[in-house]
Design a protein around this ligand. Structure first.
Ligand SMILES: Cc1ncc(C[n+]2csc(CCOP(=O)(O)OP(=O)(O)O)c2C)c(N)n1
Length: 623
């Protein structure tokens, strides 16, 4: 095994070029075997095996800086920097991260997880290098999907002024998670067939030149002007015209060609874009046939490609998906927007049924929100479906474009709360804070599947901005007997007891039910509230409960700062200082990867911890 010879960074430099092809196959085999057991991002990683090998061949680590956009495709980089043996614990608690992590290796130049920032980060590294008089290379690798994000253009615009070397690699596999969308994708496709193009235009030139007397002059003039035929001779003129050198396109599975081009790129003074063509899922039939399904996968059977864990209960995403289609049938103004995640957010069925009312805007959360604002002003009812952690990108657009104009835009926020294996970058534990701070915003969290349906219907009938946040995974189907109609600003009292009130937000309701059961076993009679409305607070209920309760325990999968608990605390301190508020929430640290139940226990959000905290409360001891 050639792979056995790679134990630490730069060991690749000792491998003869003749062994690169078999090494690529060994790595592919290892990735398929390993990810089939642990789950992870497979298709993107299979696509960049040769690209990563070629980069490691021309770079020196850790001196040179390699920045992966999103970072989900850095598995081969991890293998080549001595982390192969840790793949058995990939994405597990305490194990190898699925993304680059500076704490894991000094060869990981930038922690990542969210898309489209790699060129900005790389440019920062370049400026620092130049100011400090250093000489290393900086390379940012960005996918064609990530290149749909606006930040990438801000960075390209800024990079164009650079007079020193900066290598930007476009890893173009013509796919985001799903098929890529938009104008840049079309442009890259045209470059992909640049040879054919060039050939065709050569013919045009020849023909023009044959025009008596003026033919040659005409071609010369056209060559000198900006809109000239030259644009069609030199692929990548968009980049060239901006001031970036364009090299490529190059076959991303031909290592010799890539190395040649990368060495050339290292010599360019100024920013250089290298356009590399790769195939997502390459080398594994099921992944190349279904790159979207194998973008991120759970454990699977290698022979069939089928998942090992079958879904039994519908997820919240499925419930949302169905409910939205049903509302879309009744309301012809209902539109749906995704930022490059039609499948993950449950919009596939809506897109099939109502293609004219469905928009995939690319990985462009900020644009998605302002676009929704325009749709709302134009007379439609937009539903923006974005994961909690990715919606962080669009905080200002929600605030400035939607809330300030009090527009009827619905935010369907999936993956709210702890998400598990993706770790810090993907945990959805800030949305209640960033949404609750905004005037005009209504913030809802359903306790179960049915309530998500009802809240969505309620949101469509509402005015102004409404956000509904729900967690990853199976939809809770309990407490169906408690299904009071959703009324604006009103929490649902599931059980009216005394002294202690447990106020649970959405995803924490099943845990709160267990907490209440435990408290009952210990002789208490806790009131159990399904908060429903994180904003506005149901102050009427809080006032009422204050009469015969001495302790409120708020429970939410969100950071304490700016969360439901903090708002309840502030209100109670002002109006009912005699009632103590105990706030169970996500700690003030980034939550790492791991199993959600175990993470909850680790951060004090497990059932036992909440029950213990309540029982330890001074107030109860005094009673
Ligand atoms: C801001 C943000 N939005 C959405 C995502 C989810 N996401 C992860 S990878 C990906 C597609 C990336 O496509 P591309 O850059 O072409 O990389 P590929 O997987 O095709 O190699 C998306 C949408 C994200 N990571 N960050």
């Amino acid at each position: 095994m050639i792979l056995e010879k790679i134990k630490k960074p730069n060991d690749i430099h000792k491998i003869p070029l003749a062994d690169f092809e078999p090494l690529a196959e060994e790595i592919r085999d290892f990735l398929i075997q390993s990810v089939s057991r642990t789950g992870g991002h497979l298709a993107s990683n299979l696509g960049v095996v040769e690209l990563t090998l070629a980069l490691h061949n021309v770079l020196d680590f850790p001196e040179d800086k390699l920045i992966w956009d999103v970072g989900h495709q850095a598995y081969t980089h991890k293998i080549l920097t001595g982390r192969k043996d840790e793949f058995k614990n990939l994405r597990q608690e305490g194990g190898l991260s699925g993304f680059p992590k500076r704490s894991e290796s000094d060869c990981d130049a930038y922690d990542a997880g969210h898309s489209s920032n790699s060129i900005s980060a790389g440019l920062g590294y370049v400026r620092a290098r130049d100011i400090l008089g250093q000489k290393h290379h900086v390379v940012s690798v960005i996918g064609d999907g990530a290149l749909t994000g606006g930040m990438a253009y801000e960075a390209l615009n800024n990079a164009a002024e650079l007079k020193t070397n900066f290598i930007i690699i476009i890893n173009d596999n013509n796919m985001s998670i799903s098929r890529n969308v938009g104008g840049m994708s079309t442009y890259l496709s045209a470059l992909r067939t640049a040879e054919a193009y060039t050939g065709m235009k050569m013919g045009v030139t020849k023909t023009l030149k044959k025009v008596p007397k003026v033919g040659t002059a005409l071609v010369d003039t056209m060559r000198k002007t900006k809109s000239s035929i030259k644009q069609l001779f030199i692929p990548g003129m968009l980049f060239e015209n901006m001031g970036l050198t364009y090299l490529g396109p190059v076959d991303g599975h031909n290592m010799r060609q890539m190395m040649k081009l990368f060495n050339e790129a290292k010599r360019v003074e100024g920013p250089v874009v290298v356009h590399v063509l790769t195939k997502k899922g390459k080398g594994y039939g099921p992944a190349s046939a279904h790159p979207d399904r194998f973008h991120g996968t759970g454990p699977f059977d290698i022979h069939t490609g089928h998942p090992l864990q079958k879904k039994s209960v519908p997820g919240y995403t499925d419930v949302f998906s169905k409910a939205l289609v049903s509302l879309g049938e009744k309301n012809k103004k209902l539109t749906a927007i995704t930022a490059a995640m039609p499948d993950g957010t449950g919009l596939i069925e809506f897109s099939r049924r109502f293609p004219d009312r469905f928009f995939d805007v690319g990985i462009a959360e900020e644009h998605a929100v302002s676009f929704a604002a325009g749709l709302a002003l134009g007379g439609l009812v937009p539903v923006v479906a974005i994961y909690s952690s990715f919606l962080q990108r669009a905080v200002d657009q929600i605030l400035h474009d939607v809330c300030m104009q009090n527009l009827h835009v619905i935010f369907a926020i999936d993956r709210a709360g702890l998400v598990g294996a993706d770790g810090e970058t993907h945990q959805g534990c800030f949305d209640l804070s960033y949404l609750s701070m905004m005037p005009n915003m209504t913030v809802l969290a359903p306790k179960n599947d049915k309530e998500l349906e009802e809240m969505l219907a309620f949101a469509v009938d509402c005015d102004g901005p409404v956000a509904i946040r729900y967690p990853r995974g199976s939809a809770y189907q309990g407490l169906q007997e408690h299904q009071a109609p959703v009324e604006h600003g009103k929490s649902e009292v599931i059980h009216r007891g005394k002294k202690i009130a447990v106020l649970g937000v959405g995803s924490m309701i099943p845990s709160c039910l267990e907490v209440c059961k435990g408290l009952k076993e210990d002789g208490f009679d806790p009131t159990f509230v399904n908060v429903r409305f994180v904003k506005p607070l149901d102050v009427k209920l809080l006032d009422e409960l204050a009469k015969d309760h001495s302790l409120f325990a708020t429970v939410e999968e969100n950071v304490k700062s700016g969360g439901y608990g903090e708002h309840v605390s502030a209100y109670m301190e002002a109006c009912h200082p005699e009632v103590r508020v105990l706030s169970a929430s996500v700690w003030d640290r980034f939550v790492p990867q791991g199993n959600v139940d175990s993470l909850r226990a680790r951060i004090g959000l497990g059932v036992a911890d909440i029950r213990q905290a309540i029982e330890d409360s001074e107030e109860l001891k005094r009673q």
